[in-house]
Design a protein around this ligand. Structure first.
Ligand code: CP
Length: 331
């Protein structure tokens, strides 16, 4: 694995290596060891052309906990406003000794372009590109699901996949790179996925994806589900023609207080409620659901640091997590 660009192209062995290494990283940070020396002397550049709270800060925390130096670049306030291209921006940052470039861009395919064009030699990690993919979000989501699934079945998380797990991904699938990355990764890990959305918020071609498709959230819940992943309604990418009224959307596809209560009625006592954030409270998810004991929203954020530590470590330390003298457990 030279770059981390998508989950579509991520082999099961690489996905499990990241998830298992993240378990080690989490074990280290849970024991309150603040820093590991594994990436001392390496430089990670956060190259963000779109806004972010969780992903950018999480990559920064992950890199710093591995003792890497971090350079944060935001397009706002940079020479991008003067027309500087992605290529020139990336080469400028690489000239400052970047070993890894973590890129978020509004254009689908921008990280692939950066990785495959020969413009730079650095490792490229996709932190979200247009409506295409957000692989580290899917990996942290899978890490979170795997911990719950393994606990439920009394098995260790490490080495496990998600065979048998039923996941509903609900809402604005059309604009969601999180949904796409989750669909591919969950399939690789053996989970079954149902996409639940208004017909206008499903992409053309969704019937060729390895998923079930439903327009009826209540029917999907009633059929039994182990994780419900609510998606943010992406107002900034929305064409009004696609969207039912907010009231209609919330009533039919929102995870509201009634649907939260229905999980108990349906006997789904272990079902978790996920959201990648940022949330539109009161639209796709109610505050009661977002703050309930079933919610994994903050757990996902916490797990994101361990997963991104794992990705940076594996990509920058040469790959084999068991052979390197820089292995985190040996540090
Ligand atoms: N989930 C996610 O990507 O959040 P940010 O946009 O805040 O990074």
């Amino acid at each position: 694995m030279r770059h981390l660009l998508s989950t579509h192209d991520l082999a099961l062995s690489d996905a499990l290596a990241i998830l298992d290494t993240a378990e080690e990283m989490a074990a280290v940070t849970d024991r309150e060891v603040k820093k590991l020396p594994a990436l001392r002397g390496r430089t990670v550049v956060n190259l963000f052309f779109e806004d972010s709270t969780r992903t950018r800060i999480s990559f920064e925390a992950a890199a710093k906990r591995l003792s890497a130096d971090v350079i944060n670049f935001a397009a706002k306030g940079s020479s991008v406003s003067k027309g500087e291209s992605l290529k020139d921006t990336a080469q400028t940052l690489e000239a400052m000794s970047a070993d890894a470039v973590v890129v978020r861009h509004g254009a689908s395919g921008a990280p692939q372009q950066l990785a495959n064009s020969g413009w730079i030699d650095a490792v490229v990690i996709n932190a979200g590109d247009g409506t295409h993919e957000h692989p580290t979000q899917a990996l942290l989501d899978a890490f979170t699901m795997r911990r719950h699934w393994a606990k439920l079945h009394g098995v260790p998380s490490t080495g496990s996949d998600l065979r048998g797990m039923r996941v509903a991904i609900v809402g604005d699938v059309l604009h969601s790179r999180v949904a796409r990355s989750n669909v591919w990764l969950l399939k690789t890990l053996g989970a079954s996925v149902t996409l639940v959305a208004p017909p206008t918020l499903l992409p053309l071609g969704v019937r060729s994806w390895p998923v079930e498709v439903s327009y009826d959230l209540d029917r999907t819940l009633a059929a039994g589900v182990d994780a419900v992943m609510m998606l943010r309604v992406q107002g900034e990418r929305m064409n009004a023609a696609f969207f039912p009224s907010e009231r209609e959307y919330s009533r039919r596809w929102g995870f509201d207080d009634g649907r939260l209560a229905s999980l108990d009625t349906l006997g789904l006592k272990d079902t978790i409620v996920m959201h990648p954030g940022p949330m539109n409270r009161g639209l796709e998810i109610s505050s009661a659901a977002a703050d309930s004991p079933r919610s994994t929203v903050l757990e996902q954020v916490r797990n994101g640091v361990a997963v991104r530590m794992a990705a940076l470590y594996l990509l920058l330390s040469g790959g084999s997590r068991h052979s390197s003298e820089n292995h985190p457990a040996a540090s």
